[in-house]
Design a protein around this ligand. Sequence first.
Ligand SMILES: NC(=O)C1=CN([C@@H]2O[C@H](COP(=O)(O)OP(=O)(O)OC[C@H]3O[C@@H](n4cnc5c(N)ncnc54)[C@H](OP(=O)(O)O)[C@@H]3O)[C@@H](O)[C@H]2O)C=CC1
Ligand SMILES: CC(=O)N[C@@H](CCC(=O)OP(=O)(O)O)C(=O)O
Length: 349
Amino acid sequence: MSTKLRAAIIGSTGYGGVELIRLLLSHPNVEITSVISTSRAGVPIADGFPHLNQIVTNTLDGIDIGQLQQKADVVFTATPHGVATELAPKLVDAGLKVIDLSGDFRLKSGEAYERWYKHKPADPAYVEKAVYGLSEVFADEVRGAGFISNPGCFPTATLLGLVPVVSEGWADLSSIIIDAKTGVSGGGRGLSLGFHYSEINENLLAYKVNRHQHTPEIEQVLSRVAGEAAVVTFTTHLVPMTRGILSTMYVNLREMHTEEEIINLYRRYYEGRRFVRIRPAGKWPATKEVWGSNYCDIGISLDQRTGRLTIISVIDNLVKGAAGQAIQNLNLLMGWDEGAGLAFTPVYP
Ligand SMILES: NC(=O)C1=CN([C@@H]2O[C@H](COP(=O)(O)OP(=O)(O)OC[C@H]3O[C@@H](n4cnc5c(N)ncnc54)[C@H](OP(=O)(O)O)[C@@H]3O)[C@@H](O)[C@H]2O)C=CC1
Ligand SMILES: CC(=O)N[C@@H](CCC(=O)OP(=O)(O)O)C(=O)O
């Protein structure tokens, strides 16, 4: 009998779910025992995803919690916002470990969730139970947890770029401006006009200006690590590429430090955390340098003239921003090597 951890994926036909399949297939301690779809149950998953032909032979299952109790130890919910709100508590109550990739359990305030996501919030008892899985920052809480709320893609790139300087007390918390860009896979696999090739190709646009649902998530974490309220200006842009997020952050310092001191602060903060790579002075990361990988690369520059720090971070939204970080959290909560199944090099060129 296999001693591997049995994993099920709800939302397995979406971009996040299919990426979970790709990554879990090479995980040494995990086997995928159920891939779930509400719209295509009964159909072999490889029918809709020819790249999985002869690799994944599973037929898609419907959602059946009793069956999941028999077939799985951990369930990933890679579902649209508002679905895990009801579903995840049932899975937790069934004794399953749950890692939710949606925004349903990230915000501790139900009122904020309702305002930013326009959905009914989850039962506060389960919101309280959910551990926010920003792996490099909250690893101690993730270890041994049974229910993880995986961070948003923009918050992952942005918070990894901001947390060291904010938690050290060096940042003016009213000064933070974030200018972020994403590829179109961040919007999921569903069809919508704005994502048509002829709409997005040769185009660059801002969207959800001052109303992006990741704003309160970023503020919640920054306020927590700072120990005082932080507010941010956060603007997202859509770029005609498939994968990748680049977040450029501008922060005024409370008092002057040298660029070298700041880079050393970041190196110390992420010491031993293999998935965050800090660039040397004068070097900037690009999305292609992390493509297909679980890395977050960060470059830092201090403008002595203005006293303003510029931080640039990049991730692959589907890996470090979703499925990769979910698996990193699974590794942490199971007490395995943090990089199990994730130790691959970015695709180049
Ligand atoms: N794309 C990205 O870069 C990132 C996405 N996320 C989050 O992860 C989640 C999934 O995103 P993504 O994969 O891009 O989205 P997709 O739209 O590509 O996929 C959503 C999946 O959910 C399933 N689904 C839809 N409705 C239901 C339902 N009522 N019950 C159960 N399953 C349902 C769909 O399949 P079916 O209808 O067949 O069940 C589909 O497989 C979202 O919450 C998203 O915000 C987080 C970080 C990054
Ligand atoms: C291009 C695009 O539309 N991107 C999405 C990314 C959101 C996402 O992936 O969902 P989470 O909130 O679960 O992280 C957006 O900006 O809303």
